[in-house]
Design a protein around this ligand. Structure first.
Ligand code: NAP
Length: 315
């Protein structure tokens, strides 16, 4: 997995939260870059990055970090990517590669591309890996291992630049796929953005129930609900930006979802057990497929590896 010599001399990380700090840790662990310069929006985060020692240098601002770097990865909420590209555009070295990690690609390409000068390559990326935690302490070097990283190079991007970024992500342990920004946004709307919206909704619904107290919700939170609370704990800024940036694809998927939930609602109201059974059988097969391709563990309740059974007299 580790390349014989570094793939890039100087990596600049703009944004050093969960994703940026994981890239720093993984790039250093794999020896894929000679040096890392990192920055963040606030002095508090920059100081913490320096304390953690995950970068060789911490720059005071974005243009200083970008200057002289061979690979610049913008790892910040998608709503800020355009403004940051404008800030750093004039300081980029000819031949450098600019990339990002945003969960939405159409808006990032639209907002960043106009600020990338000729002679600098722009290869947007989305590592489909994460947790519900944020900030530089949350990152870890293994985050991208066996996860997909989707590259969405605009038409006309240098194939050599795409190959170099592909090699970088593979060295970090990821599997790489290339698609258009539009297709990426449609796929992720159904596999990631809609599930987050459902989680945010259901946890809010449970919280507002008048007949069931909040302590009962917490006490009896069964597997399904517990998983939703984990997803609904994800960063509010990041997810606000995702829904604003991927509005069209999310609304399209939400329309389909509402139709399907109306069908299931009708089946329950009419006591149509066969319709429910058929639907649940189909979805069970999808889960088996996800486990079969290694995208999740077949363990019964992921995250609670060693449940302790109560003694017989305590049950
Ligand atoms: P995070 O942990 O909240 O970190 C965000 C970082 O961006 C912080 O270091 C923040 O600095 C910095 N930042 C924000 N605005 C900035 C600006 N204008 N200039 C410089 N730095 C700025 O977020 P994250 O989870 O790493 O997410 C970053 C990106 O990765 C998002 O676009 C998200 O869509 C994408 N992504 C996230 C996940 C996930 O599961 N979390 C998975 C895949 C992709 P301060 O701390 O100083 O504010």
């Amino acid at each position: 997995m580790t390349p014989e010599k570094p793939l890039f001399d100087r990596l600049a990380l703009i944004g050093t939260g969960l994703i940026g700090s994981s890239i720093a840790r993984a790039a250093r662990a794999q020896g894929v870059v000679r040096s890392i310069v990192a920055t963040a929006r606030t002095e508090t985060t920059r100081r913490r990055v320096a304390e953690l020692g995950i970068a060789d240098e911490v720059a005071a601002n974005n243009p200083t970090a970008a200057e002289g770097a061979d690979l610049i990865i913008v790892s910040i909420p998608v709503g800020d990517c355009g403004a940051v590209a404008r800030e750093i555009g004039g300081r980029l070295k000819p031949g450098a590669i600019v990339s990002d990690v945003g969960s939405v690609k159409g808006s990032v390409v639209r907002d960043m591309a106009p600020h990338i000068p000729n002679g600098v390559h722009f290869v947007p990326a989305h590592p489909v890996a994460g947790t519900e935690y944020s900030g530089p302490d949350a990152g870890f070097a293994e985050l991208f291992v066996d996860r997909w990283c989707i590259l969405t190079p605009p038409q006309g991007t240098s194939p050599a630049a795409v190959e170099r970024l592909d090699a970088f992500w593979r060295a970090l342990g990821a599997k790489v796929e290339i698609m258009t920004p539009e297709h990426h946004d449609l796929v992720l709307a159904v596999t990631s953005h809609l599930p987050h919206l459902i989680a945010y909704t259901i946890v809010g619904t449970a919280d507002e129930l008048a007949q069931v107290s909040r302590s009962e919700v917490l006490q009896f939170s069964a597997g399904g609900f517990r998983d939703f609370t984990r997803i609904a704990a994800s960063d509010p800024t990041m997810w606000r930006d995702v829904f604003l940036a991927n509005k069209d694809a999310v609304l399209e998927m939400l329309g389909r979802f509402n139709e399907d939930i109306a069908t299931l609602t009708r089946a329950i109201r009419r006591g149509d057990g066969a319709a429910l059974f058929d639907h649940f059988t189909r979805t069970r097969a999808i889960r088996k497929g996800i486990v079969a391709v290694g995208q999740d563990s077949p363990a019964p309740d992921f995250g609670r590896q060693h449940p302790v059974l109560p003694a017989a007299d305590e049950r």
